[in-house]
Design a protein around this ligand. Structure first.
Ligand SMILES: [Cu+2]
Length: 348
């Protein structure tokens, strides 16, 4: 976007730019309906999205099927790999392919993304500390890429230019292999330069190493990767999201019962903005920075993360109701990074 036109101006004019006049009218009408009567609630896929509670929003849905991934599914889509055993050690093998792909990020706007396995974020790798991780990476993109894992491993396997295999060129393959340590919540991303562009285009994902003794059982586990979308490549984000698609969890609340234990694996990969944050409404959570300790460091309702910072949140809701979660960088909230938990009566 032209720097003379601020992102905020873009947003203001923007609802019209994004939605079109018909969409803006539909949005206004929908707001009136929402005042008149409570909205129908939608199921997981396909049904009428939740009304937007007077908040900034888009009309309609992106085509998740054509995108090839669904942000709600990604919440609990843990990839344990193809499991085998070698010399008493569990080996988890994964096939990763870098693919250039158009992703519809808001209705009517496509973003020329670079992806791992055609989705943003890439697969959530999940394993136990001490497992052998073997990633067979093929670059099917038109640009050189790598996979750089956070964790402890050799320089050869660090996935940066100039070390080990360095850049993996289009059409080439390389096997990244290392033992999973330390336990915690980590991430991976491309480390080709310009780094900001390779990350902002979509080459990243979550990497969970469970402790050998496991974590205490909970009722629901969700992966949330916080990202931005720079539609016009001016090194400033136009939209913000969790699991790639702006406004998604505002339209499609995450449902669980009061009293149920919830664990969130929260990763910040946001490029161009210095911080991101997570604020939970009407509740507090226990926070485990990087997930590397089984003892929480804080009991709070808001945390801040810089890029590549991550942590585990644990909480349960006492009262049924609809509760927001969003960053307390409130501008991001109005640009798509906002969601709801819909807490239902405890089942007896
Ligand atoms: Cu790359």
């Amino acid at each position: 976007m032209n720097k003379d036109v601020s992102r905020r101006d873009f947003l203001r004019a923007g609802a019209l730019t994004v939605l079109g006049t018909a969409g803006a009218v539909a949005l206004a009408q929908r707001g009136k309906q929402a005042e008149a009567a409570p909205p129908a609630q939608e199921g997981h896929h396909g049904e009428e999205p939740y009304a937007s509670h007077g908040m900034p929003d888009t009309v309609g849905e992106v085509d998740h099927e054509r995108n090839g991934f669904h942000p709600t599914d990604i919440l609990a889509d843990f990839d344990y790999g193809k499991v085998s055993e070698e010399n008493g050690q569990t080996v988890r093998a994964y096939d990763f392919v870098a693919v250039d792909k158009m992703i519809e990020v808001v209705p009517g706007i496509e973003f020329p993304a670079w992806t791992y396995n055609g989705r943003i974020p890439g697969p959530t790798i999940r394993c136990t500390e001490g497992d052998r991780i073997r990633i067979n990476f093929t670059n099917g993109s038109t640009h050189p890429h790598t996979i750089h894992f956070h964790g402890i491993h050799t320089a050869q396997m660090d996935g940066v230019p100039g070390t080990g295999p360095g850049l993996i060129q289009p059409g080439q393959s390389f096997i990244y292999e290392f033992d999973a340590e330390p336990f915690g919540l980590h991430l991976y991303h491309c480390h080709a330069f310009p780094l900001a562009r390779h990350i902002a285009k979509g080459l990243y994902g979550a990497f969970i190493i469970d402790p050998k003794e496991g974590r205490p059982p909970v009722d629901h586990e969700y992966v949330m990767v916080m990202n931005g979308i720079d539609i016009d490549f001016d090194d400033a984000n136009d939209f913000y999201a969790v699991n790639a698609i702006p406004f998604h969890f505002q339209k499609h609340p995450i449902r669980f019962n009061a009293g149920e234990k919830v664990r969130i694996y929260l990763v910040n990969i946001l490029e161009f903005d210095l911080i991101n944050s997570f604020h939970l409404h009407a509740n507090f959570f226990h926070y485990y920075p990087t997930g590397t300790s089984l003892t929480p460091s804080e009991y709070t309702d808001t945390i801040i993360q810089g890029q590549a910072q991550r942590g585990i949140l644990e909480f349960s809701y006492k009262f049924p109701g609809l509760y927001m979660f969003h960053p307390h960088v409130t501008e991001f909230t109005e640009l798509g990074w906002s969601g709801h938990f819909e807490v239902t009566e405890r089942e007896v």
